[in-house]
Design a protein around this ligand. Structure first.
Ligand SMILES: Nc1ncnc2c1ncn2[C@@H]1O[C@H](COP(=O)(O)OP(=O)(O)OP(=O)(O)O)[C@@H](O)[C@H]1O
Length: 260
């Protein structure tokens, strides 16, 4: 079992941000997490990483039950690529150093690195199609290049769980498709980590993400097989708006009908 969340709630002042959330992620599954702004996705991820504690309920991640072990150790097994990480990185570092820093879970590169680490970092840049950037400064990269470098940075630590939090934000349609097919290629590898892919756009759900979690108003609206969930009737209820889902090339495309 990769993640087991049992009846978890998180209360802030008067309001319940998460309410009675139960969700299981098993080995070999890759999940998409979909929900509108403010639905509770980031809160849920913060809980999985142990940055916030449930007011009620239990969480077990990678076989470790919260409250019974060192969270810092657990976090070494979890990669998290998000826009807040992107903002914290130093612009004057090279792509190679940024990837290498992922091995030590630091923002800059302080520890001495071995030749084999540099080789691994270079191979990962290559896997993500950005080996040409290895010695260029991070602040000269496009948004798509940054995201790819950050995914390489997360992979160097060989995480068991890899969270990609809206990785396609700010990408043009071609950069987006390029990133999605790289993510898909990596997720399909036999030794791939379990992926959690957070998005607002169902079009971004690649076939390899065979499981989907729909989060609405701090609750799980539905969790299950992506192809069972992504249909016009269910998503119209989920988004409280009539819409049509069209399936093409194993992807789903959404059209809003009428006024939202
Ligand atoms: N520390 C906090 N104190 C009070 N309210 C909070 C706190 N953290 C989050 N919230 C509220 O909880 C709700 C869920 O927020 P969250 O960031 O989890 O949503 P999200 O689904 O990640 O949204 P987005 O797609 O915009 O990133 C929001 O209404 C937010 O204002």
């Amino acid at each position: 079992m990769i993640i087991k969340i049992e009846n978890v709630s998180w209360q802030r002042e008067e309001s319940a941000i998460l309410q009675n959330v139960s969700w299981e992620v098993n080995q070999g599954e890759h999940w998409c997490i979909v929900g509108l702004n403010g639905s509770g996705k980031t809160t849920l991820l913060n809980m999985i990483n142990g940055y916030i504690w449930p007011t009620k309920g239990e969480i077990t991640v990678l076989g470790k039950k919260f409250g019974e072990f060192d969270l810092r150790e657990l976090r070494k097994s979890i990669g998290w690529v998000s826009s807040s990480l992107q903002q914290r990185l130093r612009g004057n570092e090279t792509a190679l150093n940024i990837v290498l820093s992922g091995k030590f879970a630091t923002i800059g590169l302080y520890d001495k690195t071995q030749q084999e680490d540099s080789e691994k970092a270079y191979d990962l840049l290559k896997l993500l199609g950005c080996e040409k950037l290895a010695n260029r400064r991070y602040d000269t990269f496009s948004q798509g290049e940054r995201q790819r470098v950050l995914i390489a940075r997360a992979l160097i630590a060989s995480p068991d769980l890899l969270i990609l939090d809206e990785p396609c934000t700010g990408l043009d349609v071609f950069a987006r498709e390029q990133l999605l097919s790289m993510v898909e290629k990596i997720a399909k590898q036999a030794d791939a980590p379990t992926f959690l892919f957070v998005t607002h756009h169902i079009e971004e759900i690649m076939p390899v993400f065979s499981k989907t979690l729909l989060v609405k108003d701090g609750q799980i609206f539905k969790a299950g097989d992506t192809q069972d969930l992504l249909n016009s009737e269910l998503l119209s209820r989920f988004f409280d708006s009539p819409l049509e889902v069209e399936r093409r090339n194993e992807r789903n495309w959404l059209t809003i009908l009428g006024n939202p």
